[in-house]
Design a protein around this ligand. Structure first.
Ligand SMILES: Nc1ncnc2c1ncn2[C@@H]1O[C@H](COP(=O)(O)OP(=O)(O)OP(=O)(O)O)[C@@H](O)[C@H]1O
Ligand SMILES: [Mg+2]
Length: 346
């Protein structure tokens, strides 16, 4: 056998062991640097497109560091408004402000002796940038409303999806804070810049989802892998993980993943304009679109519930990702709930 129908074996045992996949020379070189910098206490600034692995690399730095026996502490700076972020970072004393009924220990203190991950650091307000700068300079802080100064022994890793230097040039980010963070900058390449990683990533995640769903998949065709290798991956590895999950769902009851089981986000967008995938999700009577032996309604339910879960129950993002209307998602949820099926809350 040869060509695009050739089947590449997925060895589940082997794939189960692989944690961080890095076969491409660009990624292997990066991992070497990462493992060196892990041993130093230096602040690291990780930049990449969304979904390219900043969190994975952050954890790897922590795990390879002398601080690995402690838990790494992470905070997403974009998730909180300025007022809440301050007390999340620094903690507060009881009575520091109305609503501060108890003392609260912030992430800086919780990360004592360990590593603090400041995720999406580009998104913090000018006011908080000033406060963060002070802590990074002095390695000392006060709790909000607190009087005693607390010394910190913390390794900081900051991440950003944005070009932080550009933010500085646009006056959105302080230059002095930029220099404090940019001690050891690491740029993680986008997935399309490391094509040799696509194949091992797909094998790894196909094995993982096959295990999780209890399905019998043990191979993937060369044609399917080729298709993935020529796709530009705007959503990077996070998108590939989704594609692997969809493939494992669509190939249920079969043993080999083929091109027919690949639903790439570009395809969904196209299908949404045309009848096809979008129509398949809308229309209960349409039974001809998807390959595989499962009843269409089961496949549809798995896709919708799986997507909801991925977006923490967010209906709007689920509808967007699947290229259907919000109304369709709401109708399906009502339908599932009426039948006693668990639906993730938003
Ligand atoms: N080298 C890798 N090997 C295996 N899986 C990876 C690798 N890098 C990333 N992933 C997986 O890809 C997904 C996205 O990775 P991660 O959350 O680290 O990206 P990110 O850059 O932090 O994304 P965002 O910018 O959206 O926060 C996760 O499911 C992660 O486990
Ligand atoms: Mg992240």
């Amino acid at each position: 056998m040869g060509g695009s129908g050739q089947i590449i074996v997925i060895e589940r045992e082997v794939e189960r062991g692989a944690g961080i996949v890095a076969r491409d020379p660009a990624m292997r070189a990066l991992l070497k640097i990462v493992e060196n910098v892990a041993k130093a206490p230096s602040t690291v600034l990780l930049q990449s497109e969304s979904g390219a692995g900043k969190e994975v690399i952050s954890r790897h730095i922590h795990n390879c560091s002398p601080r690995s026996s402690m838990e790494m502490v992470a905070i997403n700076c974009a998730a909180l408004p300025s007022s809440l972020l301050e007390s999340e970072l620094f903690g507060h004393e009881r009575g520091a402000f109305s609503g501060a009924v108890d003392r609260h220990i912030g992430v800086f203190e919780r990360a004592q002796g360990s590593t603090l991950l400041l995720d999406e650091v580009s998104e913090i307000s000018p006011e908080m940038q000033a406060k963060l700068l002070r802590v990074l300079q002095e390695r000392k802080m006060y709790r909000v409303g607190g009087r005693s100064e607390i010394s910190l022994d913390i390794r900081v890793i900051a991440t950003t999806n944005r070009d932080l230097r550009e933010y500085v040039d646009q006056g959105e980010f302080r230059l002095d804070l930029y220099y404090r963070l940019n001690v050891f900058p690491i740029r993680i390449p986008a997935l399309r810049e490391r094509p040799d990683d696509v194949r091992p990533l797909m094998l790894h995640y196909s094995a993982k989802f096959a295990d999780q769903f209890g399905s019998a998949i043990d191979g993937i065709t060369e044609g399917a892998l080729g298709r993935l290798e020529s796709y530009p991956w705007p959503g990077n590895i996070r998108e590939l993980v989704n594609v692997a999950e969809r493939a494992a769902i669509l190939a249920m009851g079969e043993t080999v993943i083929t091109e027919d089981h690949l639903v790439l986000d570009g395809d969904v967008a196209i299908a949404a304009q045309d009848p096809g995938f979008g129509q398949m999700l809308e229309d209960d009577d349409l039974v001809s679109f998807l390959p595989g032996s499962e009843p269409l309604t089961d496949v549809r339910r798995k896709i919708i519930l799986g997507t909801l879960e991925r977006f923490d129950g967010n209906r709007t993002r689920t509808a967007e990702a699947l290229g259907v209307s919000l109304r369709t998602i709401r109708n399906k949820i009502r339908h599932y709930r009426a039948r006693g099926i668990d639906v993730p809350d938003s």
